[in-house]
Each structure stands twice: as C-alpha cells, then as structure tokens.
Design a protein around this ligand. Sequence first.
Ligand code: SF4
Length: 466
Amino acid sequence: MNTRVIPIQPVISPAPVAGLAALGDWLRRSRRPILAVQWIVVVAYAGLVAVPAFLPLPPDSAGILDHLTRFAQFAFWGIWWPFVILSIMVLGRAWCGFLCPEGALTEWVSRYGAGGRMPRLLRWSGWPFVAFVMTTVYGQMLSVYEYPKPVLLILGGSTLAAIAVGLLYGREKRLWCRHLCPVSGVFAILARISPLHYRVDRDAWAHSGAKAERINCAPLVHIKSMTGGADCHMCARCSGHKDAISLAARWPGREVAETTPDAAPVWQSRLVAWGMLGVAAGAFQWSASPWLVAIKETLATALVERGWLAPLQEVVHWWLFTSYPEVNDAFSWLDGAMLIGYIAVTAIVLGAWVSGWLYVAERALKLPRARHALALTLTPFAGLTIFLGLFSLTTSQLGPEGVSLAWLPELRALVLTIAVLWSVVLSFAWVRRHAPTSARKVIAIPATLLALALPFATWWILFYRW
Ligand code: SF4
C-alpha cells in the first residue's frame, strides 16, 4: 500500500508570534497570583452552585441582577459554559490550568490525600465519552439550565467526585481531569484545534545544559514527548524548561491535520461523531422541535382513548425529571420518555450518518482507522455548534433584560459558516496530506463533506425553520 505523506506546509504552515514564549515564562513566574485567582473562582463557584438551591424560586419578573438564582443561572449557562467552550478553541485548555475550580480542588486535596494509584478501571479511556453523554442527558431530564437544585446535584456532585478522586489518588495531580471529568474529552478534542500550544523542541531538550528542575505537570503529560494540546492544561509550569518548551502559535487545526490514523484516539473520534454531533445536538434541539410536540400529542391522544392515564401523570421527583408544580412546570412520564427518546434517536441518526460517511472515506483511502482521524477534522463544527447551542441560553436570558437580539440570526449564520469552512479546510488538509493517490481523494473528500451535511441541516432547521 502506498502511504506517501505529502508535506503540509503549502496548506498549513507555522505562524510564530513574537512575545508568546515570554508570556509563557511570565505566567510560570506568576504562580502565586494565579493560585489566588483560582481560589477566588473556587469560592465564587461554590456560592453560586450551593446557595440558590436553598432559596425560593424567583418570580418570572426577576432579572439577572434582582435574584441570586437568576444571576447564578446567567453566570453558569449564559457566560461560563459557552465562553469556556469558545476559549478552549482559541487558548487551548487554559481554562483548566488557570480557572477551573474542580481542577484546582482535586489537585490541592491530592497533596494531603492517600496518594494511591488509580485503578485501571477508572483509567478506561471511554469514561469521558460515557460521562459526557450521561451528564448531558441527565441535565436535560432535570432542566439544569433553569433550576438551581439540579445545578447543585450535577455540578456539585461532579465537584465532590473530583475531590474524592483527589483524596484517594495521585499526589499534587489532577487524575480526575485526566480520566473522569465529564467535559475533559470534549476539552481535549477542542484543544487540538487551538492556535496556541506549548511546543517542545526536542533538539534543544537533548542538548540543553540547563539544570533539570522537577516539573509538576498536574494532568500527567509526558512533557518531553508532547506533540499536541489535548491533555495539556496550559498551566505554564513547564514554560522554559531546559530551554526547550515555549508557548507558541500554530495554524488553528494544524495538530488535527497532522494526526495520523494510528494516533487518532478512538474514543475521541466517537465523542465527536456520537457525542458532540449527536447527543449534544439532540439536547439543544428537543425543546424547540415541532416534531416532538406532534408525536407527543398523538401518543397522548392514543393513551387517553385507551384509558391508559398513568404515563400522563406528573413525575414527583425533581431528581428524576423536572418537577416544579409551584411554577406549573412538571414533566409527565410521557414527557420524560419523549425527551430521552428524542435525544437518543437524534444521537443515533446523526452519529450513524457521520460515522457511516467517514467509513466510506476510510474505505476509499484504503487507510485503516482513517475515519478516527477524519472525525477530528469535524471538531470546529462540533465545537462551534455546541457554543451556539449554549449561546442560545445567553441570549434567552439577555432578551428579557431589554438587550436587542436583532443581530442574532446574522451572528449564527456567521458562526455556522466559519464552523463549516474550518472543518472543510481541515478535512481537505488531512486528506491531501494522507491520501495515497488523487483518485482516492475524489471519493474521500465528498464523503467527508457529506458527513457534515446532515448535522449542518439539523442546526440550520433549528435556527431558521423552527
Ligand atoms: S505540559 Fe503540563 S506542566 Fe506543561 S503547560 Fe501543559 S499541563 Fe502545564
């Protein structure tokens, strides 16, 4: 088999930015103020997660600045999550390294914990996929974007689990972030397309006469052989080490375009296709879907005609499905089943569509495992559509505050266009670099474009048809 690799330089070339290395070194020297900021975030996060759960629900008329619950809702879902997603595509996992309260807590408590070795079962590489799917679906079942008790249960529960892992395993490490955090898989994928990373100069490392200091890389990156940003938390602690590591710029997505089929992580590929393009799309789209309403009405009518009323009863446990009768918001069992069914069907249809076309591309290229690397080229679309889904929560809270949203359709069109073009360019770059012959590219490139077509259609329908 001819596996000729075409140099990538004409399509994607390095773009050094002066001053970045100095910025990385400055961040390394600024450890104390960074820690101070981390603890301020931890305290603010703890307050916003816990306190609203013990307050009465705010009246409909309450604004963001009128009630702590509304403020926390806007802070978490209007600002925090959408812009953390965006920041990782731009800055790598600097959020994890500098601001994430769970990362800070799990690392801090691990200084005083048992320091044990994490069992192999907990280091299974599929956990980030499973945890992302479970928290996404459970969050929808409880309406986590709207009510404070689910926030305490899901975000607070995740934080307690991070602390427990820190107390049990590792010493001054972030094993929670590395193996179990529900968003670590998504963050690792998004960091691959960031234009910033810590670059390792192997020659400089080999010939460095500098005294080797001990570096505590909390997420356990093997620094000397680091070739990408997926696991690096951009904490800057290794900046300047052996005069070989520096903060550097690269073309956005270069790491993905250079990923060989053998190096593409299977679970990250599944997370893109089935999780970010599938489950996340279903989670953002179900509440606006007229199809779901039509099916539910048909089923409800059929149940009433047969006298089967139990599925139409309200669920009484808020930790199972949304249940707030005091504000006339409570799921019936049918509502809950429809929600889970809608997300599941969306995930299966979109995941199978994307995976199927990527498999066609792999067969055309005759490169085993190429579909996993090609899935990573869809990361810009997957990440930016999750940003748009979360940004809908931002705008839905700003609208009642009197903020004009006339610009929203144009902004969404712009972001969708960037998402598609960025992914298409990455797909072209990957195929161009790895395809053995031009004839095989002719099939592989359209197949990859078709993989994007249905996910694009669902988001376009959500924003411009429903
Ligand atoms: S490799 Fe480790 S120590 Fe270096 S910046 Fe990344 S997370 Fe920090």
